[in-house]
Design a protein around this ligand. Structure first.
Ligand code: COA
Length: 143
């Protein structure tokens, strides 16, 4: 069941989206445009929670969570179709993740972003912790 909002955009969290629709979104983002269908399917199989935004049957926004449901949750791949950006869809996706009943025991949400301004408006802070990443492609010379 997808409740309708005034903009006509609806949100769902019960089932993962079709991987091929999701790739359509991923291919709009520089950090995800090389992703393959097989990898996206595998990723969805192992993701704890997905949040989708829809315009009719069209997937227009996405975000996902990996978590232990108690101490930590990480938010990944928040993306809104470029024709729908700036209309509050990204904010709604993140809010629905933070307010999700299955995540209401989680002590700390963490994410890695190139868009800190967007997340600061939602209450995220970069001040308390330093995020570090290890990239397989960038470190291949060490192997
Ligand atoms: C970043 C993104 C998810 C935001 O979604 P959106 O639906 O466009 O955002 P909203 O309309 O909910 O914007 C909410 C607020 O954040 C601001 N905002 C949006 N994108 C921003 C950005 N890149 N930097 C700073 N602020 C931003 C908006 O101006 C708005 O502020 P306001 O409420 O004062 O008007 C979306 O633009 C996107 O998919 N971008 C490309 C993919 C990407 O970079 N994802 C982030 C991965 S970490």
């Amino acid at each position: 069941m997808r409740p309708t909002l005034k903009s006509g955009v609806t949100y769902s969290h019960n089932e993962p989206p079709d991987a091929s629709q999701l790739l359509g979104l991923f291919h709009q983002a520089p950090w995800a445009k090389a992703r393959s269908l097989d990898d996206a399917k595998e990723m969805l199989r192992h993701t704890d929670l997905t949040l989708c935004a829809w315009q009719g049957e069209r997937l227009i926004g996405f975000g996902r969570v990996l978590t232990d449901f108690v101490y930590r949750a990480t938010i990944w791949d928040v993306i809104v179709d470029r024709t729908y950006q700036g209309q509050g869809v990204g904010t709604e996706i993140v809010r629905r993740i933070l307010d999700h009943p299955r995540l209401n025991r989680v002590e700390l949400f963490w994410l890695c972003t190139r868009r800190p301004g967007f997340y600061e408006k939602l209450g995220f802070s970069a001040k308390e912790q330093i995020g570090m990443v290890w990239s397989r492609s960038r470190n291949s010379h060490l192997e």
